[in-house]
Write a new protein. Structure first.
Length: 93
């Protein structure tokens, strides 16, 4: 009978260790699920952040293109002014 009691006690102790282990695993699992959720949100925010960065770069490139277009227009008008001055000096000579 004593042997049965000792075996029951060891089984109860082992069951308590298993129960404690299972609770730890459940806690860790819920933390992992929470981290996965945060990671998915972070990935989404990183993607939207990357899209915003790309949009800002595209906007900057468009602004540069507009400035270049303005400079080209200025240069073309200067070239035409210089060209008309040459014709005037040739006509006057």
């Amino acid at each position: 009978m004593r042997i049965m009691t000792d075996e029951m006690d060891s089984i109860k102790t082992e069951l308590k260790r298993i129960e404690t282990g299972v609770k730890r695993i459940e806690t860790l699992w819920s933390r992992v699920e929470g981290l996965e959720h945060v990671q998915s949100l972070d990935a989404t925010s990183n993607a939207s952040s990357e899209v915003q960065d790309i949009a800002l770069k595209i906007k900057a490139v468009r602004e540069l293109i507009d400035k270049i277009d303005i400079k080209i227009d200025d240069l073309e008008s200067r070239i035409s002014s210089i060209g008309s001055l040459r014709f005037r000096t040739r006509d006057e000579a």
